[in-house]
Design a protein around this ligand. Sequence first.
Ligand SMILES: *Cc1c(COP(=O)(O)O)cnc(C)c1O
Length: 466
Amino acid sequence: MNNQLYSNLIFELSRPGRMGSSLPKNDFPRHEMPVSLLREHAAELPECDEPTVVRHYTNHSGNNFGVDNGFYPLGSCTMKYNPKINDEIAGMRDFQNIHPLQPESTVQGSLTVTTMLRKILANLTGMDDFTLKPCAGAHGELTGLMIIRSYHESRQDTKRTKVIVPDSAHGTNPASAAVCGLEVVEVKSKDDGTVDLEDLATKLDDTVAAMMMTNPNTLGLFEHDIVRIVEMVHRCGGLMYYDGANLNPLLGVCRPGDMGFDVVHVNLHKTFSTPHGGGGPGSGPVGVRGPLSQFFPTVNPYHGNFLVELRALVYILTLGRENIKQVGPLATLNATYIKERLKDLYELPITALSKHEFVFNGLADKSTGVTTMDVAKRLLDFGFHAPTIYFPLLFHEAMMIEPTENESLETIDAFISVMRQIAQEAQEQPEQVKSAPHNTPIKRVDDVLAARQPILKFPESSTEMV
Ligand SMILES: *Cc1c(COP(=O)(O)O)cnc(C)c1O
């Protein structure tokens, strides 16, 4: 556990004159800086000795939860383990120290990396070409929609301003369409969680630019009508956009290109194991069919997040052509196993066969008053990251679980047994669950207050030099 002495702010640990570094004597001639470039006040930097700095940051790093600490079943996010060999290779000096404006003759190795990755992604998704520039899934969505818009404009078909998005879609889909200046039209899901074709038919006309879908969808369900859907949208002149955040369960089984999608993005930081969280760096390459590659926009002046791309390539090559085919089936097996072992205690609103992730609607017994939020908080006490909660919005107490393919049976069994224990606690001592977490450095936070009155910096007094 953390030593309180070294916690809080580094500024609070500061004492005038303390030093953790010693610089060599400066024997360069002194140059006067223009006054306009000088600070008016000395920078307020903490002054600390080296052990204090090391302990402060080491203790804080221990407060983080990451996929290297424990199981992370965060549905929709594909939080898979990041193999260390990826980082080892991304850490090689020759890769790390390149600059995007270096002469081409000096970066041939790196260009080979990006070319190989583009070809492999095209192969895995059934597309013809990829751009690696987008730096996140949402960035890929915007890029893909810009491609689609340029395609329609190139044919003088400028009345196509609508993008159809299922009601189960990830929030970035409608957001990207809106940012691209397109109008979002929602299509309903049927009770079984898949797209309602009758509702879709009423939305299709010559103003539709595209339909965005992910398959398996956000409930983890394979859209069995996908070929019909693609036909319907193509017949009215729209293009099909594949949100590749759920590509994981397809690896080795099928490809969006074969389902008829025209444009796809892939989240390298999900499907291809590069680290994510905290907002980046990510990578959302976009693939297209045939002549659409002429519409690749410049969404980024250079080559995208190169070291993320390199990690993804290492991951793919480490698995190899045969093993990568196991990813989808194993991710599906792990998720299905958890679902089957917990569905007596947690409400399973959709019982159809699911793929890499599935959704519970809270505890089966609602009489205890224990909510999904409480269960999520209690899991932290046992060293498990919470699943995605209150998303998708189709159920009030949604709890979306995605174990990924690379967890051992022991880890998955331990998670199941904790989930069962929490369900039992909800019956026998609900307060224990409702007041969780008990073992974490920060206890239950007031989400509502935090949203209404966000205090995003420490109060002045605590940052004053002591
Ligand atoms: C994560 C996710 C996105 C967005 O990807 P980012 O890299 O977070 O921008 C889009 N759609 C789905 C289904 C996702 O899970």
